[in-house]
Design a protein around this ligand. Structure first.
Ligand code: HAM
Length: 453
């Protein structure tokens, strides 16, 4: 019996967890900027929810769901994505009929897919996403894309690739599916077994096939854009025009169909290749859905959404050295020699109660060990308390960044820390002020130059 982590799952620990929180915090703050409200939905749902929404023809439902029978003989699935659960929650809460529309939700948490693990592909991974439900305006699609763009910019991504396509409305897709069946039927014997099944269930899925030998045939398939109704064509043109006006660059990608069945009209994916050439697949993806809400028992309302894969965002930021350094602690306390450790613990308690993060070396009384541990803990200050210091009540406080040190009378410790941090904040404010003044001067010079020209 071994207790290794399960294939396709991973522990997120310490610095990595710190950076996951950092990514999630940035995304959450941007969600607030766009006026999204947080939804926390269960990890388990009735399997049928995903069969109806993600679709019987999708790889997720056919092969990747973690489904089991619970003790009450119900078929339960660990969520393979959030959108269906969010819509279910909006319907159950009656918010779609009692609140102003659209509802704007954001969410974050683990999802589960039984996929073949590889670079950037896990069986348990984390998503952060948004859904805008109850509006059919093409500008909501644009808003969703703009959210993704702002979020990735704020995280420090520079050369983003936004791929976009339209799957058209129901009529466009029916016509297109017929054309695909017609085309692929002639080649299906040369294609993989999955594609044979996809042809029966949903021929659009064939366009998403990753089998190398099938690619030549897929390249020759009819293109969606030639089967769009006038409404769908206009809608897509409107989306692209709005993106142009907002200055969001994109690549039109005829082959983009997405792996979930609920989409109609706009679909999109964000891609990025890290500096060392790693490509983890789409880092975020989404699209518009017009029938999903009704399909799940709600009113006839459209929606649009986007989800990011946090693991992929993290891996790319790590490759490109854009992660936050480990969190700092404010103070490390080093008891040296034969000192009253219970009393020193009460100082630690007091420091923490005053809002300063603090750690103490309880495992060794050696100064060398304490300094090493304080540096590794990334502490800003080190407080040394030896036998003599305890007698006098005066301790040495060392700034580990500047190596400056000062003597602190014990009852003043918190006041001294307050003063040191205040001094730093003042310096920071002065610096920001000078930078702003410099910028203002530069702007004035620029304006003068423009006037002269
Ligand atoms: P999705 O494309 O299946 O869409 O997943 C969204 C993102 O999750 C992907 O772009 C990728 O970053 C990440 N992801 C997917 N599979 C894995 C995996 N096995 N390992 C690591 N990361 C992965 C959806 O889930 C839709 N619900 C998006 C959406 C929201 N559409 C409308 N609203």
């Amino acid at each position: 019996m071994d207790y290794n982590v399960l294939k396709g799952t991973h522990d997120i620990i310490d610095e990595e967890a710190y950076n996951y929180s950092y990514i999630e915090e940035i995304l959450t703050n941007i969600a607030w900027l766009y006026d999204f409200k947080e939804y926390r939905v269960p990890v388990i749902e009735k399997s049928e929810l995903y069969q109806r929404s993600v679709g019987e023809g999708s790889d997720i439902v056919r092969k990747e769901m973690y489904t089991f029978e619970d003790k009450g003989n119900r078929l339960i699935t660990l969520r393979p994505e959030f959108t269906a659960g969010i819509i279910r929650s909006m319907i159950n809460s009656k918010f779609l009929v009692t609140r102003d529309l659209p509802l704007k939700a954001f969410y974050c948490g683990p999802v589960f897919r039984y996929e073949r693990p590889q670079l950037g592909r896990y069986r348990q991974f984390n998503q952060f996403g948004i859904e805008i439900v109850g509006s059919n305006s093409y500008l909501r699609d644009v808003e969703c894309i703009a959210f993704g763009y702002t979020a990735l910019k704020m995280l420090g991504f520079k050369n983003l690739e936004l791929r976009i396509n339209t799957l058209g409305d129901k009529f466009s897709r029916e016509n297109y599916k017929k054309a695909l069946v017609n085309y692929f039927s002639k080649h299906i014997n040369e294609m993989c077994n999955d594609c044979k099944e996809r042809l029966k269930l949903n021929p659009l899925r064939i366009l998403d096939c990753k089998v190398l030998d099938d690619q030549e045939i897929i390249k020759g398939a009819p293109l969606m854009k030639n089967y769009l109704t006038l409404d769908s064509k206009t809608r897509f043109e409107n989306v692209l025009e709005a993106l142009d006006i907002m200055g969001i660059p994109y690549i039109e990608d005829d082959t983009l169909v997405r792996g979930l069945d609920y989409y109609s009209d706009t679909v999109f994916e964000f891609h990025y290749t890290s500096k060392n050439g790693n490509n983890y697949g789409a880092i975020g993806a989404g699209g518009h859905y017009s029938d999903l809400v009704k399909e799940l028992g709600g009113p006839v309302l459209s929606g649009v959404g986007l989800s990011f894969g946090i693991e992929r965002l993290y891996n790319i930021l790590k490759d490109d050295n854009k992660l936050q350094k480990k969190d700092k602690i404010d103070l490390y306390i080093a008891p040296i020699g034969n000192v009253d450790i219970n009393y020193i613990m009460s100082i630690v308690f007091d420091v923490r109660n005053n809002g300063y993060s603090c750690e103490i070396n309880l495992e060794s009384k050696s100064i060398t060990s304490s300094i090493k541990k304080a540096v590794r803990a990334n502490s800003k200050y080190l407080l040394i308390i030896g036998e003599d210091e305890m007698k006098d009540g005066i301790y040495t406080l060392k700034n580990l960044e500047t190596q400056e040190q000062l003597d602190v009378y014990e009852p003043d410790l918190i006041k001294v820390l307050d003063a040191l941090y205040q001094e730093e904040e003042d310096k920071y404010c002065d610096l920001t002020e000078s930078i702003n003044e410099l910028k203002d001067e530069e702007d004035e010079e620029d304006e003068e130059e423009i006037e002269k020209e």
